[in-house]
Write a protein that binds this ligand. Sequence first.
Ligand code: F3S
Length: 754
Amino acid sequence: MTFDIEMIKNVYSNIKERVDAAKKQTNTPLTLAEKILYSHLYDPLAISNFKRGEDYVDFAPDRVAMQDATAQMALLQFMQAGKKRAAVPSTVHCDHLIQAKVGAEKDLDVAKHTSSEVFDFLGSVSNKYGIGFWKPGAGIIHQVVLENYAFPGGMMIGTDSHTVNAGGLGMVAIGVGGADAVDVMAGMPWELKFPKLIGVKLTGKLNGWAAPKDIILKVAGILTVKGGTGCIVEYFGEGAQSLSCTGKGTICNMGAEIGATTSTFGYDESMKRYLDATGREDVANLADEVKDYLTGDAEVYANPEKYFDQVIEINLDDLEPHLNGPFTPDRATPISKMKEEAEKNGWPQTVEWGLIGSCTNSSYEDLSRAASIAQQAVDKGLVTKAEFGINPGSEQVRYTAERDGLLKTFEDLNAKIFTNACGPCIGQWARAGAEKEEKNSIVHSFNRNFAKRADGNPNTHAFVASPEMVAAIAITGDLTFNPLKDTITNKDGEQVKLEAPVGDELPAKGFEVKDNGYQEPAKNGEDIEVIVKPDSERLQILEAFNPWDGQNINGARLLIKAKGKCTTDHISMAGPWLKYRGHLDNISNNLLIGAVNAFNDATNSIKNQITGEYIPVPDAARAYKAESIPTIIVGDQNYGEGSSREHAAMEPRHLGVKAVLVKSFARIHETNLKKQGMLALTFDNPEDYDLIQENDTFNFTNLSDFAPNKSLNIEIIHKDGSKHNITVNHTYNENQIEWYKAGSALNLIKQQQN
Ligand code: F3S
């Protein structure tokens, strides 16, 4: 069983009752996003007129999805919760750790070898705890989720920012950190700030070269990379209904690039067709029974300005193909303006690679439309000027595309077929010559195009486009090629034109696959052993953090006073450290190495108060820990902004830091610190930050009275013996104080379990 029909029945029986109750309570028609949110409240009786963008609300998502890079720490933590099985249907997908180099078969073998211990670990934990496991080569998480698990009106979280892709099947699907996934798998509530709502009305119908990708490329140009922050984007209108389900997925996928919490579409015929084609007629039949609850109310779509916080209208009849980039996905250029823009900005006009794939654009429809361009090139005597690579989204898509001759068409144009995996989209691309860092252009159908993302070369200008435009540009090798009007010289010296792409929304002969790469978990996993080598560099079974001893913290030393911006990247850097995401002790060697020391303006050089030497932050933390000396981190404004990475909270906890005291926190990081059993504190008077000196010692004076809404006091002793007493604040509620007492939220779950 790959999806849980009973769970879906339950969601649909709730949705009617809860949406009706919410309408009564709020006395207003509802958008689709609101219907899904209200029907997934953790406490169904807690319906209220939530203030968008202000109120924090507890939800109960239906599913969890995790990819192999983030699943490691999420599952290591889940193992600490003492649960026998995940509380909601959950899956793990091995797609990030496979490098694209020579082609699918060999690359997959290499990855299975180099990351075997990670895959074995993920496979065995999944098996033990009732989690579905998709082996390396099975496909990209979001394509596999769309094909197997997404369902209209559902709510899902996933440990990857493009989890939002499932909005293409009418879900509210949100990307989160591993700690959030653990909460949901452990049956705890999951908190979200009630989002604002942006409505996008699509009129007309796509035609010619315009594709669903061009809709989101245009929206990104309008809203920019920040414009969707804290918002759910809801698409509606006749234009929305004319799009395929996977096309809707593409649009929702790149909602992550405008910072949106998620994006979604109302249930319609395209979703029904997709559910039917992917073997889920029973889900479609259930959805049909509640279809009015799976889309926004008619009044909302008739007068969107009254119900959305912002409304955008796009006429698909006039939409031009776009190329967005370089270096940012919101720099939107319609193809008719590309020549002018490229010349003006000095972008390399010769395109060296065209890449089709990623979770954004690797569906059967995507491949078939791009293949129709490739076929024309073959028929018209053209050869690709750029190199050409394809990553199919799933084994089901790959197998079907091979059966239908689509892959052969690409191969006839010398394209390389890479593994069904993320590959170049996440920088897993051994691109020959990238190390020379030459200025060059590539086009791809992915979502992100930040410097270095695909090949590590900061001078690669990456442009995002639809798969059909990528195919056309790879053939011509010219960034400024406009297929609507330009001709190409073929090998006989004739001028030929590429006709607009054609393709199949769904395979005419149905999907087919021999081995989809899925491993069903054991019915009873109690006796299954989780495989982690004791000397592994990449994985480490977590030990529970110690509970609080009930005493004041005394004699704590200053570890670092961080100056200015200190994001989760400064606290726990990514890049080469990614491979240690499953090994807390090893990854702790990056603790705060990017933070600026306020006393010498240097990074990763702080005073070890025991010896007086200046040493790297992790070394100093380890030196204090070895002497059982508690430590404190002091920070500036918005400390911990950036990603929801739980490592940024686990590492200081692991290295003996007791409290993080800052002018202000980024909220997710503050919660992560609380979950890991740390004290997350703010200066009552932000100017007290200036009192902190390099050799300070800290004594808490009233921690034993730790209670909600009650400030704490700290005595700071300076090197010359002088003292300051300061007041610090916290936002712990009763339950969070219990986390602190237990040593972590997971310890508390375990205690309650016992
Ligand atoms: Fe993978 Fe790239 Fe999507 S990394 S999950 S294909 S954004």
